[in-house]
Design a protein around this ligand. Structure first.
Ligand SMILES: *[C@@H]1O[C@H](CO)[C@@H](O)[C@H](O)[C@H]1NC(C)=O
Length: 123
């Protein structure tokens, strides 16, 4: 009995786990979830703007505010759009420079972006 229900369950689980099931709503935009790739040119204005955006978004939700310095490194991941995982240098209210890890999700064709996570980098 037990092995029979497992045999019935397994194909169902495989169907649910397959990416095509998830992306069926937007077939044209469907992209496989990729691994993280290092950003080659960190001085790209688009990357720096995303870092500045991350600090601005963080400041909306949290006090004391941070002052954007620059993005020092980052990685991208293809999702429905692109995830940017950036290390951003910023000054806190006391004027101390620190590094923060920000994940920004961007869909350029929709002009959409969202701050997914933000946290200090522990050295
Ligand atoms: C990196 O981006 C900056 C700004 O767009 C550009 O001036 C520079 O030439 C780029 N460097 C490389 C190696 O592509």
């Amino acid at each position: 009995m037990k092995s029979l229900s497992l045999l019935l369950l397994l194909p169902l689980l495989l169907i649910l786990a397959s990416p095509s099931h998830v992306s069926a709503k937007h077939p044209r935009r469907a992209l496989a979830l990729g691994g993280w790739k290092a950003i080659k040119n960190i001085s790209d204005p688009q990357v720096q703007e995303l870092g500045e955006y991350a600090i601005a978004e963080h400041n909306k939700a949290a006090k004391p505010e941070l002052v954007f310095g620059k993005v020092v490194k980052g990685e991208t991941q293809v999702v429905s759009g692109v995830n940017y995982r950036l290390v951003v240098e910023a000054k806190d209210a006391g004027g101390a420079t620190g590094e923060y890890e920000a994940v920004v999700w961007e869909k350029t064709w929709e002009g959409f972006k969202q701050l997914i996570s933000f946290k200090p980098v522990k050295n």
